[in-house]
Design a protein around this ligand. Sequence first.
Ligand code: PEP
Length: 255
Amino acid sequence: MSRKYLIAGNWKMNKTPADGADLAKEIASFVSKDESVEVVVCPTAVALDRVSQVIEDSAVKLGAQNLYPKASGAYTGEISAEMLRAVFAKYVILGHSERREYFAETDAFVNEKVKFALESNLIPILCIGETLEQREADETLEVNKTQLLGGMEGVSAEDAAKVVIAYEPVWAIGTGKTATPEMAQEVHAAIRSVLAEKYGSSVAEKIRILYGGSMKPANADDLLAQKDIDGGLIGGAALEAKSFCDLIESARKAD
Ligand code: PEP
């Protein structure tokens, strides 16, 4: 496959800087310099700098969990793209369902962040996904299309090729319920065809689409074997070195 698998750990509001550094150290020692899989860890804001130093000489890359789409100023509690670049972050998770649900983030606001991240040389990991009610109402493809097009509004084809999409069915996040590989593949293929309509198929073929939602070593092989699943955005299983490294191993085998 021409797209490089990406395994990204979303640590959410877990791990002190010291605990994060320990975890990052173990992951870094597992990942080789000529790794076939791209590996990203996304600690909390306060742990970014420390984790960055730990992974500095490794192939593990740093991601943030959010940014605020302004250069600087009176935005108490927020973090800028420049600050993320200063600690050598390469990726930033945007539009996670927890931010949409608990912090009322809309597609328009997520879109501002996506564009700001790209202008700031950060790669957005744009999260989209339906709730259980929406799935049961047969709205899955429509909801994902709306969130995808909303998040990518005004993004050029050149920039779009850099963006990573994470399909995360909300009902599968942190619940232990995983979409079956077939259910996930159906949505991933639909996402790619929306991207192909908007940007053309050669750009759509370059864009990595990750699956997220209770991905763990026991279900990863089958998910990663699907044609349009290019890796995982992992919450719970990213908090332990063993399970996260097992997921990296699954992606190596799927390559
Ligand atoms: C996530 O929140 O991005 C996620 C996929 O979490 P979990 O793996 O715990 O379901």
